[in-house]
Design a protein around this ligand. Structure first.
Ligand SMILES: [Zn+2]
Length: 91
């Protein structure tokens, strides 16, 4: 996604705005991998292959989200890894 999109994205659950962006990899000014974080409800929204996945909880799959968290563990803030919604790595 392009960074500019951040200007219009809000959390789909509580409409909180703006979302916090953490970039993992960027190519030609396009964010390829990253995460969007809602600092109101502590939900995170993965950016995978340039696409921000802004889905409500019931359409998200635990396995996919945990794969994402594990893959980017080094770059994600602890609040997402251990307290992020709807799924996190807290045992
Ligand atoms: Zn939210």
């Amino acid at each position: 996604m392009r960074k500019k999109l951040l200007d219009i994205l809000a959390c789909p659950i509580d409409k909180y705005y703006p979302l916090e962006l953490i970039e993992f990899s960027v190519k030609d000014d396009v964010i390829v991998d990253g995460v969007l974080i809602c600092n109101k409800c502590n939900r995170y929204y993965p950016i995978i292959d340039e696409i921000p996945e802004m889905l409500p909880d019931e359409l998200r799959t635990k396995e996919r989200e945990l794969d994402f968290l594990n893959r980017w563990k080094e770059k994600l803030p602890e609040k997402v890894i251990y307290e992020g919604k709807p799924f996190n790595l807290k045992v």
